[in-house]
Design a protein around this ligand. Structure first.
Ligand code: SF4
Length: 64
């Protein structure tokens, strides 16, 4: 299992700018909750899930 940034550097830049604006909350979600703080609960669960491969919801990270 390995988690890396999206290979698309423009996408990484965009999402990071979004995170800066929200103060660390997922820029792809409207609710400002603990669950949606990056790294969000959804992606933490996907990291823990041995059957999951792919991008996080915002496509900032990729889990191989
Ligand atoms: S979807 Fe990705 S960028 Fe958005 S909070 Fe979760 S881990 Fe961070």
């Amino acid at each position: 299992m390995a988690v890396r940034l999206n290979e698309d550097q423009e996408m990484v830049k965009l999402i990071r700018e979004g995170l800066k604006k929200t103060g660390g909350y997922c820029p792809c979600r409207t609710e400002r909750t603990e669950e949606n703080k990056c790294i969000c609960k959804e992606f933490r669960e996907q990291i823990a899930d041995s059957g999951f491969t792919g991008y996080c919801h915002c496509m900032l990270y990729y889990k191989a």
